[in-house]
Write a protein that binds this ligand. Structure first.
Ligand SMILES: [Fe+2]
Ligand SMILES: [Fe+2]
Length: 323
């Protein structure tokens, strides 16, 4: 992970947010009668009953191994196209459109922050957990808003009433304001409900991504609406979180409001994003130092050329061992 990036506070006023989502309704309106409303409520009921501190701890241990599949970032974007996010009342487009719509909108307003363009491109890639290659995980532990576990559920969490059926709801420690945490302990140390955000963050961390800490923060907390939209849980934040939250708030507008009927010409913009993926170079140097164990991992940050180099190194290593 690289260092902090100064926030450009004056730019985000330029973003023209549309009034309605892909269905012609206002954004994140969970009360609006849409075909998907009942499904969304049911989704959150299952999510809130089953996401417990113990459940998340087990999921993290299972998926930290990164032993499901190996692919480049662009292959992953294409794979994601085969999935639908049932928790989202706004989006009915292929996922790759959403990734590129948000990345392109940010690129227009923040042309110099190429790390943010790449962050937007990859922010939802963790949704591949829904795909059979990654175990076809159920929707309720992949998508939807996220929230901390191990401390009380804040009232601002959508469909909060369903937490009453969660075993942690009456737990002597987990039901208290601070729970297992210390005041201002930093969000990095907080267990967050399991889903595509925490998974992608884990993938970046394990692959030693060189993106700045704000990118890690955005990826891990972009569905943490109680934090970035309602201002809840601020007592768990440290100074670095306060800085990174500024970038997350900027990112969130593009993540949310780009879910409209604006189409992106995928083939036209693809070369630019491939060049950003090429720049994400931390991976290969790490790979060289410990190739045998990392070879089994998910190569999210390997471009085609890097993969070729890796396969050459692997061959050389095999030949070396044979002697
Ligand atoms: Fe997301
Ligand atoms: Fe998104």
């Amino acid at each position: 992970m690289a260092g902090a990036v100064a926030v450009e506070t004056n730019k985000d006023e330029g973003f023209n947010a549309p009034d309605s989502n892909a269905f012609g309704h206002s954004f994140r309106d969970y009360d609006k009668e849409s075909e998907r409303r009942a499904g969304v409520e049911n989704f959150y009921k299952t999510n809130h009953i089953n996401q417990t501190y113990e459940f998340v701890t087990k999921k993290k241990e299972e998926f930290e191994k990164l032993n499901r599949a190996k692919m480049s970032i662009w292959e992953c974007c294409e794979l994601l196209n085969e999935t639908v996010d049932e928790s989202d009342p706004d989006l009915d487009e292929p996922q790759i459109e959403h990734l590129l719509q948000s990345a392109e909108a940010i690129r227009r307003d923040y042309p110099d922050q190429d790390w943010l363009h790449l962050t937007a491109l990859i922010h939802d890639l963790g949704k591949v957990l829904l795909h059979p290659k990654f175990g076809a995980e159920p929707q309720w532990c992949v998508v939807g808003d996220t929230y901390p576990l191990g401390c009380a559920f804040d009232e601002s969490i959508v469909y909060h009433k369903y937490f009453e059926q969660n075993p942690d709801f009456k737990h002597p420690v987990y039901s208290t304001k601070l729970g297992v945490y210390k005041e201002n302990c930093g969000l990095e140390n907080v267990t967050i409900s399991w889903g595509h955000d925490d998974y992608m963050y884990t993938v970046m961390k394990e692959n030693k991504s060189t993106l700045p800490s704000a990118a890690f923060f955005i990826i891990r907390f972009h569905s943490f609406y109680p934090l970035h939209t309602s201002g809840a849980y601020s007592y768990l934040m440290n100074d670095e979180d306060t800085e990174n939250l500024k970038w997350l708030k900027i990112f969130n507008k593009y993540d949310l409001y780009s879910k409209s009927k604006v189409r992106v010409d995928v083939e036209k913009v693809k070369p630019y994003y491939l060049s950003l993926i090429e720049k994400e170079s931390g991976f290969v140097s790490i790979l060289r130092s410990d190739f045998s164990s990392l070879a089994k991992r998910l190569l999210w940050f390997a471009s085609e050329e890097e993969e070729y180099q890796c396969s050459q190194m692997f061959e050389t290593e095999k030949r070396g061992k044979g002697r």
